[in-house]
Design a protein around this ligand. Structure first.
Ligand SMILES: [Zn+2]
Length: 280
């Protein structure tokens, strides 16, 4: 690192504005990964912003449907869901669904949003999750899960944007002219991870997750919709069971994440001197 006191040096900000930014690939990914945690935090007065990387235009079974129509419909559904959770702002980056790549343009767009909102925490897809499958001999009736390339691309774009680019004064210097100063994110919470280490008790907010997901009407048929709240509760109960087994935590419903700390702010200094004689 260079000399921050040198003439022309730009300060790296560490004071957050928003509590959390959630960055997912498709409309509804942020909901599945984080909705109950976000709804809980929003109910505690914390500011949360959601970012959707792609236009969601491959999320339909109808090839003849126009891309424009589907994109606008899915954005509307995502806004309606975000309102259920109490999310303050939603940003749509409109990259082409199914074709997302980690490049200069996609990183610049994410760095710009990180510097604009200065979130303390960023949630995103775990980019290291790729092939998730049980041993077929141990679980002969279970199928595996191949993580979507857009999810992996999103995770990689976001981690690269967090470090080094969002905090580096010499990266994307054109953003300085827009008043977007370098900023250091404090923590990352990865969802869709096989290496979870953190559980959030979402007993209070789990029903909002089902309710919000039902706003994505283009994605689920009506019978699924009816069972959505129940499915979300079942899944969150299984995560809570895991929290008990792994960490001895008592929760009824939980969401889990792989959490990493990147910046720990220094403890606030004592503002007033201790009066003489007050200590034994
Ligand atoms: Zn997705």
């Amino acid at each position: 690192m260079g000399d921050r006191t040198a003439q022309g040096a730009v300060e790296m900000l560490t004071e957050p504005d928003y509590e959390a930014m959630v960055i997912g690939a498709h409309p509804d990914d942020n909901d599945f990964g984080t909705a109950a945690t976000c709804a809980l935090w929003a109910s505690q007065g914390k500011k949360v912003v959601w970012v959707v990387m792609t236009d969601g235009t491959e999320g339909s079974e109808i090839p003849s449907q126009s891309d424009e129509e589907l994109m606008l419909l899915r954005e509307q559904e995502q806004r309606a869901a975000a309102e259920v959770y109490g999310i303050k702002a939603v940003e749509f980056l409109r990259n082409r669904d199914g074709h997302l790549v980690n490049n200069e343009d996609t990183r610049r767009a994410v760095v710009k949003l990180i510097r604009k909102y200065r979130p303390r925490v960023i949630f995103t897809h775990d980019p290291t999750s790729h092939i998730m499958a049980p041993d077929p001999d141990e679980k002969p009736d279970a199928t595996g899960y191949l993580n979507h390339p857009d999810h992996r691309a999103t995770g990689n774009i976001v981690v690269d944007s967090i470090f080094p680019f969002a905090g580096n004064p010499r990266s994307f210097r054109e953003l300085l002219a827009e008043g977007l100063q370098p900023y250091r994110v404090h923590e990352v919470y990865f969802f869709g991870s096989t290496q979870t280490n953190t559980y959030v008790d979402v007993t209070e907010s789990i029903d909002k997750k089902g309710q919000g997901l039902m706003c994505h009407k283009s994605q689920f048929n009506p019978e699924d919709n009816e069972r959505m709240a129940e499915r979300m509760r079942e899944r969150a109960a299984a995560v809570a069971k895991d929290a008990k087994e792994k960490k001895g935590l008592e929760m009824r419903y939980a969401e889990s994440f792989r959490r990493m700390k990147l910046h720990i702010p220094p403890a606030p200094k004592e503002e007033t001197a201790v009066p003489a004689g007050s200590e034994e």
